[in-house]
Structure formats: structure tokens, C-alpha cells
Design a protein. Structure first.
Length: 396
């Protein structure tokens, strides 16, 4: 789904707000509150009320009821897939899973702002963006099951393979965007990362290079407020989006639980990139509702009341309220979508369990372009090791 803008202009950036104080206990931590930050772009309140925004309304003013239902469908199906993947990991079918629970609006809104020829560099949690780019959800799980290194062709969807090394994809995106600019292509690049990754040197280098070379790249930071167990205020003295000012390009903070605002702001940022105006930092202020990954226990470092406060700002619930209040959807639509989500869950579960085991010797392929004596030696040692199991079985 795309929503065409009616004008191209650079909205004025405000000065920003002060950073929150840092506490030593979980109960003393302070974070910006949605709706109270004057620099927070919001088009749909947590109560599901549409609010006007003079700078960004133009980027969603042509959106239709069908497209709104499409955004809702995207978020619901993405959440259903994510829940199924979590269950599969708990059942021993996946080695690990990084849930996006609570971040659906940031990913679907930004993902649906992209053109087909734009290129995406994700981390390992962008399941909603992958959905928008047409990547089969089952293909996302191969890496987490350990049967492949990604499962899809990046060039088929303009969606790069998941990146586990924190922050490195921002450098890849910057280099790719510099190449796009040299080629004179009318496309943009977007790099996704989290608040934790924003502290990595790779991200700082990406900001420097993209600014100096005016690269057509959007840095989309999903600030879910927790870098595993480390809160954002222990990583930065200012809101993350203000960091862009020091590099000479604009930054904007958007309500990451508002799919309309994320759509509008990302379209604006991508439009800047395509028009040769250089990079933009978008900070989607949201919340990680679940664990960092399935190996993490968030109850050890944050309280339930914090999660409960953010459950009231749920991105799916607020759009559902708006759809009903605007008569853009009825109960029949929601019932059909529920059935569709269950079908998706079953399909993903069956697909994962049917995945064949990988060739044990595949790990030795493509290590070096022309082969290497040490790799050959290690392959032979591994073959002997594997054969020892067959010998042991035969001797019984």
C-alpha cells in the first residue's frame, strides 16, 4: 500500500526537550510520555482519536478506508506470526526468537511508506517490515531454526538479510545509499536499528559519512526504551532524535505506536532522500512489550506497571477504535481477519516443522572465494568425527 504525498517540503524541526533523569532503581526511572512531548509527532492518539498535524497531515490525507484496513490487517497478522514464532521457540522448534510485540505500528507504518525500488537494511526484529516487503514469514524462521543463513534472496524484495551484529547494517545502508546517489537512481535506502544500537560506533560513523556525502538514507531507530536490560536514559543525555543535529541533518521523534504518524513521517523522510536532501533520523518512540529475545527475562529489570501503562497505548487497539468510530470497518471484517490470522499461524507452524535439516558440511562452503588448505583440513577432521558416530552404531 502506498499513499502519495501532495507536496514536498522540509518541515521545521523544533529545539527538542530535555533528557530524563537517571535513577538507580527500576521504580525511579523516568522516560518521556507519549502525548506530553511537544516534539512527538502523533496523528492518532492512544484513545483512537485522529488529531491534526499541520506538517505531516499532507502525507496521509489521501489514505482510503481500504488502506486503513490494510494497515490494521498488516499489524494483526504480523503480531500473530510473531506469537506463533515465540511459541515454536518455547516448544524447542527454534533456537531463539526476537519478538516485535508492541512495535507493529513503527514497522508497518514505515514499511508501507517505502517504494518498491527502495532498499531496506534490517536488524533481526523487523518482521513487520519483512511482511511489507513480501518476504514469506516462514522464511524468516529458517535462520532461527538453524537450517539456513537467511532464507530469502535480498534482491528479490530489496530487503537485506537479517543482521545480528548490532549496528553494522547502518554502515552497509550508508554505503549502499552512496552508491545509489552516484548511480543517479531515484530511490532511497532505510536502515533499521534500536536504541541500544544507537550507542554503537558503527552508527556514529554512518551518521558522519551519510551527512558528508548527502546520502539518500533514512535512519529509522525503534526506541523501545530497553537495550536488553539497559534503559535508554543510561545511554544518552538527550532524546535520540536530537543527535542528528550534531551531524548536520534533521531528526524527528514520532509516536511509534501510531501507525499513521509512522507512515507520514517516514514518507516525508524518504521524500527528502529522493529529492537529494540527504539523510534523516527518525526516532520511533515505542515500547518492547515482551522480552529482548526468548532467552531474556524482562521481569528481572522492569516492573509490570510499566508494561501495563504501555498496553493502554497498544497500536492495534487504537487503530481498531478509530476504524469502528469512523465506520471504516465492521465486526465482520475483524472476524474474517481473526480467521485469516489463525490460518497464517498454522501454515507457519507446519512450514517450520517440515524444514529439512541442513547439510552438515555446508558450513565449510564459501568461507574463502578460492578455497583454503586450513578449511580443507577442518572439513576432513569434521568428516572423520561424523564417521565415528556411524562406526559406533555399527559396532553395537
Amino acid at each position: 500500500m502506498t499513499v502519495e504525498s501532495t507536496a514536498a517540503r522540509k518541515p521545521r524541526r523544533s529545539a527538542g526537550s530535555k533528557a530524563g533523569t537517571t535513577g538507580t532503581k527500576r521504580t525511579s526511572r523516568t522516560t518521556p510520555k507519549q502525548g506530553t512531548d511537544p516534539d512527538l509527532v502523533q496523528l492518532l492518539t492512544p484513545e483512537g482519536t485522529r488529531v491534526e498535524n499541520a506538517e505531516y497531515d499532507q502525507y496521509v490525507e489521501g489514505i482510503t478506508p481500504e488502506q486503513l484496513r490494510g494497515l490494521y490487517r498488516d499489524m494483526v497478522l504480523t503480531r500473530r506470526f510473531d506469537a506463533e514464532a515465540t511459541s515454536l521457540q518455547r516448544q524447542g522448534e527454534l533456537g531463539l526468537w526476537a519478538s516485535l510485540l508492541g512495535q507493529e505500528a513503527a514497522q508497518i507504518g514505515s514499511g508501507r511508506a517505502l517504494n518498491d525500488d527502495d532498499y531496506v537494511f534490517p536488524t533481526y526484529r523487523e518482521h513487520g517490515v519483512a511482511w511489507c516487503r513480501g518476504v514469506d514469514p516462514a522464511n524468516l524462521l529458517g535462520m532461527f531454526r538453524g537450517v539456513n543463513n537467511g532464507g530469502w534472496d535480498p534482491n528479490s524484495n530489496n530487503f537485506h538479510l537479517y543482521t545480528i551484529v548490532i549496528g553494522s547494517q547502518t554502515l552497509h545502508a550508508t554505503g549502499y545509499a552512496m552508491g545509489v546517489a552516484k548511480d543517479g537512481a531515484d530511490s532511497a535506502v532505510i536502515a533499521y536499528f534500536g536504541d541500544g544500537a544507537s550507542s554503537q560506533g558503527d552508527v556514529a560513523e554512518s551518521f558522519t559519512f551519510s551527512a558528508v556525502y548527502n546520502a539518500p538514507v533514512v535512519f529509522f531507530c525503534q526506541n523501545n526504551q530497553w537495550a536488553i536490560s539497559e534503559p535508554t536514559e543510561k545511554q544518552t543525555r538527550v532524546p535520540l532524535y536530537q543527535r542528528a543535529q550534531g551531524y548536520g541533518f534533521p531528526g524527528v521523534r514520532v509516536d511509534g505506536n501510531d501507525v499513521l504518524a509512522c507512515l507520514a513521517v517516514t514518507k516525508w523522510a524518504l521524500e527528502r532522500a529522493r529529492n537529494g536532501e540527504g539523510p534523516t533520523l527518525v526516532e520511533a518512540f515505542t515500547y518492547r512489550m515482551g522480552a529482548h529475545t526468548t532467552s531474556d527475562d524482562p521481569t528481572r529489570y522492569r516492573h509490570d506497571d510499566e508494561r501495563a501503562a504501555w498496553e493502554a497505548k497498544d497500536p492495534i487497539a487504537r487503530l481498531r477504535t478509530y476504524l469502528l468510530a469512523s465506520n471504516h470497518a465492521d465486526e465482520g471484517f475483524f472476524a474474517e481477519l481473526e480467521a485469516e490470522s489463525e490460518t497464517l499461524g498454522r501454515r507457519v507452524r507446519e512450514a517450520v516443522r517440515a524444514m529439512p535439516d541442513p547439510d552438515h558440511f555446508a558450513i565449510f562452503e564459501n568461507v574463502y572465494a578460492d578455497g583454503h588448505a586450513l578449511v580443507d583440513e577442518e572439513r576432513a577432521q569434521f568428516a572423520a568425527y561424523q564417521a565415528s558416530f556411524a562406526d559406533a552404531e555399527g559396532g553395537r
